[in-house]
Design a binder for this molecule. Structure first.
Ligand code: NDP
Ligand code: 8X3
Length: 249
């Protein structure tokens, strides 16, 4: 039986690679994001037989519900939800941060994620499906300028664990995927389009690729039905931990 996955944030980075991975593996895919031209490009690349796209801003609950209602019958039996759409905005310390950017991160990374999850829980329970939430190492390890972004990802991880608890006995799997340094459009978005800053961050570091995360999601979605990976933290070998900072008078 052909299985179906819904991937948010499918226009770029992890999401676009995940669409390609699951289509190559024979799944049906519902791909969402704001940039309609990027979604159209996915259809041109992969064909539309097993791919349905829906362009909407995930912060717009009404638009989300219209898009869900418009999913064609063949794609409605969703077996896996990849909550991937998200972003970091800015690296300023809290005392100099832009409140509008904080709100956008909360609206996208938290509010939209829980809204979509809530809407799809009935079908995911009916199909004993999987919820794969893209969190971040930023949810576990604080760093200067990570403030609200890290807070949103801590929420994603804890929400995932709470879902596991609530969904006990339903057969639904839930995983918090926590990547570290990964080269996508993430830093371009975070810096407001500073390509040089993005290139500098990743230069020589051999960061995680979008395909690495797509492969991880593929592995998670295809595990034997009796196994659940609660959390998975993924870093490039080039990234590790550093110490606390100490201020002295
Ligand atoms: P990209 O910027 O390449 O992709 C982000 C995706 O999110 C895009 O498809 C974008 O689509 C979508 N998105 C953002 N805002 C909205 C919105 N309001 N409505 C709908 N879609 C939206 O970054 P990544 O692929 O790296 O990021 C994917 C996820 O991975 C994010 O949740 C990010 O926080 C997380 N992550 C990233 C890491 C990294 O280092 N790259 C590490 C750890 C986690 P569009 O703009 O078309 O709407
Ligand atoms: C992205 C990873 O370390 O840039 O979530 O916050 S980090």
């Amino acid at each position: 039986m052909t299985r179906t996955i819904l991937v948010t944030g499918a226009t770029s980075g992890f999401g676009a690679a995940t669409v390609a991975r699951f289509l190559a593996g024979g799944w049906r895919v519902v791909a969402t994001g704001r940039r309609a031209e990027r979604l159209q490009a996915l259809v041109e690349t992969h064909g539309g037989e097993r791919l349905h796209t829906a362009a909407f801003d995930i912060r717009d609950e009404a638009a989300m519900r219209v898009a869900l209602d418009a999913i064609p019958t063949d794609f409605r039996g969703i077996d896996a939800l990849v909550n991937n759409a998200g972003l970091a905005l800015g690296t300023a310390p809290a005392q100099r941060a832009d409140l509008a950017q904080w709100r956008q991160m909360i609206d996208t990374n938290i509010t939209a994620l829980v809204t979509l999850t809530h809407a799809l829980l009935p079908v995911l329970i009916e199909r004993r499906g999987a919820i794969l939430n893209v969190s971040s190492v930023a949810g576990s390890y604080p760093y200067p300028g990570g403030n609200t972004y890290g807070g949103t990802k801590a929420f994603v991880t804890q929400f995932s664990l709470g879902l596991r608890s609530d969904l006990h006995g339903t057969g639904v799997r839930v995983t918090s995927i926590e990547p570290g340094l990964a080269e996508t459009e993430f830093t371009l978005v975070r810096t407001g389009g500073d390509q040089a800053a993005s290139d500098t961050l990743y230069a020589g570091a051999q960061p995680i690729t979008a395909d690495d995360i797509a492969d991880t999601l593929w592995w998670l979605a295809n595990l034997p039905a009796h196994l659940n990976i609660n959390r998975i933290e993924v870093m490039p070998v080039s990234q590790s931990f550093a110490g606390f900072q100490i201020h002295r008078d």
